[in-house]
Design a protein around this ligand. Sequence first.
Ligand code: ADP
Ligand code: GLC
Length: 495
Amino acid sequence: MSEKAPLRVLFATPEVAPWVKTGGLGDVSAALPAALAEAGIEVRMLVPAYPALVAAFPGRIPLVQVERPGAELLPATISCVALQPRLELLLVECPAYYERHGGPYQDRSGRDWPDNALRFGLLSRLAALLASSETPLDWRPDVLHCNDWQTALAPAYLRYRHEAGAASVTTIHNLAFQGLFPMARIHALDLPVAAMTIEGVEFHGRISFLKAGLQHSDRLTTVSPTYAREICEPEHGFGLDGLLRHRRDRRSGDLVGILNGIDTRQWDPATDRSIAARYGARSLALKQLNRAALGERLGLALQADTPLLGMISRITRQKGADLVIDAAPELLARGARVVVLGSGDADLEARWRALAAAHPGRIAARIGFDEALAHLIEAGADLFLMPSRFEPCGLNQMYSLAYGTPPVVRATGGLADTVVDCTPRTLADGTANGFAFGPPTTEALLAAVDRAIEAWREPATWRRLQRNGMARDWGWGPAARQYADLYRSCLRAGQ
Ligand code: ADP
Ligand code: GLC
């Protein structure tokens, strides 16, 4: 019997940790392709060659030069780096687009790069080319997997610019970011006028990269089952809920939610090199050493009988940063200490800074990005706060669960799929692992924190909560299997 050829997947993404990461998509792009490769799938990851990647891989091998990607899109070289068996990084080298000082999407002052349509148009254009029958490479994927708006124009290019190509899957990591650009850019992007219709890439008079992917991909996924349901409703649909319902309700069931995992090579308290004392479910007493180290590092006056609350996130309304800020006086009245790490909206950042200045020793605000401190907060805090208004999946609550730091979350999206509210029933059946609340209000948040503090004061209950969270395998194995099944199902459907 001949051995079946491995499935081949081109994974197109605008971020990959540790080199380029603005949020969870960077983590997912580092861990999911690796898990797929371990499961026997051949994966090539297509990413722009940002300065950090150029510096990290001086030995990368140039494979091909694409002289005319189309219209105003600049020429690029595709080079390659082997990362692990069956996993290669394909870098899109176009220094004029990608080698800039600043972030992947914005300049240093937080303004979007003015040519983002072309920068991510090129990434999408090349993803489609490599997934088509006209690919200049001798490796052709069975499936093109796009991630978020920055790559979501690729299925439209496959449709309008190529005769034949791979099956396509687009994953929505956050529907709030859609990649909207003036209609006039359509020519510069090398798309035909025919694409500028409601069945094409048009969205309220503009080009929507994300809508292009939702419209033209064979399958759509998002990063948790609950968020997959939520985005089909007007409240979380950002105007795309009608299209998403249509895709969900087709006979092939084109929209599915697959819960993210966490990278257990990076996030495991038993092996974590960034924390003060490593520990596991049977040595939770050692967690105290991390608490003490965190308190010392941040100058917090910790007390044995009041908890330390941690928060790591983009400081935005999506993440409920304002709810925590508004709740801060009440949290302090309960004797709690608070540490927040993050960056985001300038006005919310300023409010955190002001709170920290007004309450030294009791509130610590670190504005910025600090990977090592994030690990120490997960290990050292008693409770983790994540009161997001919406949350496609969320990784930090899973890190918290894996670190024995029960999270207090709003029951939405991936938070609802991972955190089991502590009640007499869930404690009895061994599923309770945190605290969840409903309305996005300060009162509801405080009520949940009060329940959490009460449980924290009962050591036996607390240990059970911590161990329930730590017992589950939060790794990528289950998600990788679901993606592999999905890839196979779209190939079977002959798309
Ligand atoms: P999102 O992608 O919506 O921002 P996620 O929870 O999926 O939210 O992922 C956020 C990721 O970014 C996590 O890995 C988290 O630890 C990390 N992160 C966010 N802010 C910071 C920060 N200021 N410093 C270090 N890591 C951060
Ligand atoms: C987005 C979402 C977040 C999710 C991440 C990775 O940034 O906001 O909830 O965990 O993508 O999928």
